[in-house]
Every structure is written in C-alpha cells, then in structure tokens.
Design a protein around this ligand. Structure first.
Ligand code: NI
Ligand code: MN
Length: 232
C-alpha cells in the first residue's frame, strides 16, 4: 500500500512501509501549500527541475533533515555546491534506495535557477517513476505531451500517474487525457493547475473524461491523502 499526499501545486509526498519521500517541495511562498517546509519529515527529496515552483525549499529541507536530493546530475551538483547532499541520476536510469526504486523519465520543459547573474541552467528536466510498497507512481513533472509516454505505459505497470493539467507551462487537460490513455494507469491525480493565474483550470471535466475511460481520477485538495493498493 502506498499513500499519496498532495501538498499544493506539484508537491506530493509518497509514503509506504514507514518511509516517505517528497516530490518538488515548493512550500514557502506557495499559495496552495498545506504545510510549511519545517514540517516535512522524509527520507529523500526528489526534484524534477530547477524552476522555483518545484525546486522550492529542497535545499532547506535537505540540510535540516540531512537527507539526499535525488535529481538529474547537473542539478544534483548544484545542490552539492549549495551544501546539500545531491544524488545525481539521469534520464532512463533507475536505482534502488532504502525507501524504494526511482527511475528518471523524460520531460519536455526547461530547467534553470534564477540567480543574480541571470538564469543558471541545471541540466534537463525529468519525471519520475517511483516504486514503493509494491506500487509504481509516475510523476510527470512539468512537461508537454510526448509520445514516449506510451513507451512508459507499455513497459511499466503504472498504478497512479500524477499529471500537470494547468496548460500554459505544461500539458493542459486535453493533452493530459491523451497522456493518461498512453500511460493507462489505474489512478490519475491532476496537479499544477491553481497556483498562478495562467494555469487556472477546473478539473471536474477532466475527471469525468477519465471516468469514461475507466480511469479513477482522484482530485486531491492540498493536504488530502489517498491510498493506492498494489494491483491484484
Ligand atoms: Ni517548470
Ligand atoms: Mn512548474
């Protein structure tokens, strides 16, 4: 059994067997944040790319908990330069950690960190396949629709998919439906659709379209949790 807790925007916590990881921990300054960064207790932080609404409080949380930030190698090196423990992986690579298995997937987007000298580019963005408690979650990160999502769906049993639907910066609801068809997960959790004016969406039509396709759409308000049992 795996528990997914939505913490606002793209930030989610995955928990199973007494261990937790947090994905894209933007909490401070996030109008949807369900908790503050000081309340987070996890074994590891997974960051999909360098944009502030995803990288967020990763450094502060990692330094406080002395836990790793798992991400693409270039962003991991940036984290290490800032005094946190960056664990570098790269697109297509997987690795078994104490809490479960992590595989980095493609994402079509940008990845930079704004600094005083302008934007520092920190490698490509990624998505994640995370397997914990016998359940695999696909976290798309920020991405447009791409056809290799079909490859992900055909080569992995995706139990739950966390997909952006906000449009403007990522897939909108229509493209996210096509993504769900290619990934064929049991459960879809939409995210990244309320924190900024440019990405406001009403997810109820999206949920209804998924229901037509026999996919269980779970609309989580920030702070809500949902349980995903292993298939079988
Ligand atoms: Ni982004
Ligand atoms: Mn974003």
């Amino acid at each position: 059994m795996l528990t997914i807790r939505a913490l606002g925007h793209a930030c989610h916590q995955l928990s199973a067997d007494g261990k937790s990881v947090i994905l894209d921990p933007w909490l401070k300054g996030n109008p949807e944040a369900a908790c503050g960064p000081e309340e987070v207790a996890v074994e590891a932080i997974l960051v999909s790319h360098g944009h502030h609404d995803h990288f967020g409080d990763a450094l502060d949380i990692a330094k406080r908990l002395k836990c790793p930030i798992i991400t693409v190698a270039e962003l991991a090196r940036y984290c290490s330069r800032q005094g946190a423990e960056g664990v570098g992986m790269h697109l297509g690579g997987s690795r078994l950690f104490d809490f479960g298995r992590v595989k980095l997937t493609l994402a079509f987007h940008g990845s930079g960190i704004a600094g005083p000298q302008g934007t520092e580019y920190v490698g490509p963005p990624c998505g994640f396949l995370v397997t914990m408690g016998g359940v695999t979650v696909y976290f798309a990160g920020d991405t447009g629709l791409f056809c290799d999502m079909r490859l992900i769906g055909d080569t992995h049993r995706v139990d739950a998919a966390i997909l952006p639907i906000g449009d403007n910066y990522t897939m909108g609801p229509h493209d996210a439906l096509l993504a769900a068809e290619m990934l064929h997960p049991r459960i879809v959790i939409p995210c990244h659709y309320g924190a900024f004016d440019a990405i406001k969406q009403n997810p109820t039509d999206f949920a209804a379209e998924l229901a037509h396709r026999d996919i269980d759409c779970r609309l989580l308000k920030p702070g809500d949790s949902t349980e995903v049992p292993p298939e079988g």
